[in-house]
Design a protein around this ligand. Structure first.
Ligand SMILES: NC(=O)c1ccc[n+]([C@@H]2O[C@H](COP(=O)([O-])OP(=O)(O)OC[C@H]3O[C@@H](n4cnc5c(N)ncnc54)[C@H](OP(=O)(O)O)[C@@H]3O)[C@@H](O)[C@H]2O)c1
Length: 329
């Protein structure tokens, strides 16, 4: 019988999303990889419960997560119907639609037809009456922005999602979509973007756009899918995302130059008394970085290591400059 940790909220430094009343843990758990039908259910469940016990209150999903697509939402729904059944209102659950989910033109993109149907399916898979946050997962240049905004409005007005968000929109696309949403009296709560030491594009214009509109930034893949951990420092382990080949993380990312950089970052982490993953997460959460992060985890141990970053987020100017120097190499 699962007994949640009664002290789970005691030490977590929750952050407020934009100008809203929503407060989430600065590190959330994402279910893109490691939670599908191809994974052991007991490990999925243990990782989810480890997150909950540690005070993580935000879980990030999408219609297409897991192998096959949809299976991560089913796994999550199973734990929600089991151990977490009494705790739904303690959780901030997001899902998304925008990437290919089913065959034909109605299973992809940004049409009202796709978004409304996809969210219905997601709710069924997770056994939920509503999600807390629904994202348009990526911009769709084939669909008028007005139509996607209409769909998001309908979803909120019908109470199928409490808040809406955008993901993978660049600064210009974000600007245009925020105007559409504001014209409908809707606020975009969150923008979810790729951001890490190895992917810094949001610093150019996107972060400024979001600040100007009071939209929170939540970074995905802050560990660069595992590259920014000690995982690959000694070569490619068999049990790794790069070796399994399901994602965009390919062996050609592991160049000699990259490895040398990672070794230097590891030395900076060691000097701070952290793991490389913890250094990468602390860096992404610094002032000028993202408001919150979504990590992936293969097992409870990885998640606990990542959450350990929260014990030492602050960085001196010298440490920051040393990291900048390594990243510029
Ligand atoms: N909006 C979007 O388009 C989008 C895109 C991508 C992701 N996301 C969201 O962001 C979430 C996180 O993305 P991500 O999984 O790519 O993030 P990530 O945290 O950068 O990478 C997670 C992977 O890093 C490795 N790892 C994690 N912690 C570790 C540790 N402490 N020590 C050693 N290795 C560690 C594991 O790799 P191994 O599995 O190899 O062990 C793990 O699967 C997703 O689940 C999803 O919710 C959103």
């Amino acid at each position: 019988m699962y007994q949640p940790n009664p002290d789970r909220y005691r030490d977590m430094p929750y952050v407020r999303l934009g100008a809203s009343g929503v407060r989430i843990a600065p590190i959330a758990l994402g279910l893109w990889q490691n939670f599908g039908d191809d994974c052991r259910f007991d490990i999925c469940r243990d990782t989810l419960l480890t997150a909950f016990d540690a005070g993580v209150n935000h879980f990030d999903l999408a219609n297409n997560y897991g192998i096959p697509g949809g299976s991560a939402e089913r796994t999550f729904g199973r734990v929600l119907a089991g151990e977490l059944a009494a705790h739904r209102d303690e959780l901030f659950i997001s899902t998304k639609a925008g990437y290919t989910m089913w065959p034909g033109p109605f299973g992809d993109g940004g049409s009202k037809k796709y978004l409304i149907a996809s969210l219905e399916q997601s709710l069924k898979r997770m056994g939920l009456a509503y999600v807390d946050l629904f994202y348009h997962h990526r911009p769709d240049t084939q669909t008028p922005l007005e139509e996607t905004a209409d769909a998001l409005e309908q979803i909120v007005r019908q109470g199928k999602a409490l808040y809406i968000g955008l993901s993978n929109y660049n600064a210009e696309q974000t600007h245009a979509m925020l105007a559409e949403l504001e014209a409908r009296g809707l606020r975009c709560l969150v923008h979810q973007m790729r951001y890490s030491m190895l992917a810094r594009e949001p610093e150019q214009a996107l972060f400024a756009e979001l600040h100007a509109h009071g939209v929170a930034s939540i970074a995905f893949s802050p560990l660069a899918q595992g590259l920014l951990t000690q995982k690959y420092l000694g070569g490619m382990p068999p049990e790794s995302r790069m070796n399994e080949g399901h994602t965009s993380l390919k062996p050609d990312a592991l160049t000699d130059a990259r490895l040398a950089q990672l070794q230097k970052l590891q030395s900076i982490a060691t000097a701070r008394g952290q793991s490389l993953a913890q250094l990468a997460l602390a860096w992404a959460l610094r002032i000028g970085g993202a408001d919150a992060l979504i990590v992936g985890a293969r097992n409870p141990g990885q998640l606990l290591d990542s959450l350990g970053a929260l014990h030492k987020v602050r960085m001196t100017e010298d440490e920051y400059q040393a990291i900048e120097q390594v990243l510029a190499e």
